[in-house]
Design a protein. Sequence first.
Length: 102
Amino acid sequence: MKKILDERLIYEILSVVEEIPRGKVATYGQIARLIGREKNARLVGRVLSMAEYYGSYPCHRVVNHAGRLVPGWHDQGLLLLEEGAVFKDNGHVDLKACQWDE
C-alpha cells in the first residue's frame, strides 16, 4: 500500500497554513484545493493535528466549512479573538468577514 502522507505533502499543507494572515481563517477544504487535492479536506485536518512536530504554524487559523472551531481546542477561539477575528452568535467564525481570499 502506498504511503499517503509524505514529508513533501506535509510541508506543502503547512506552507499554505503559514500564509494565512492574522485575523483571517481558511477552511480545510480551501487548503486542500490550494494544494491540488480538492477532496482531501480530512487529510489536511490530519496533517494539522500533527503540525507541532514540524515547527510552529498558525493552525488556529483553520476552521471547518461552516466556521466551526476544533472541538476541545479551547485556545483556538482565544487566539483568533486576539487577532481580531469576528464570530457569530453560535460561536463559529464569520467566514464572510474573516475568510482568507488567497
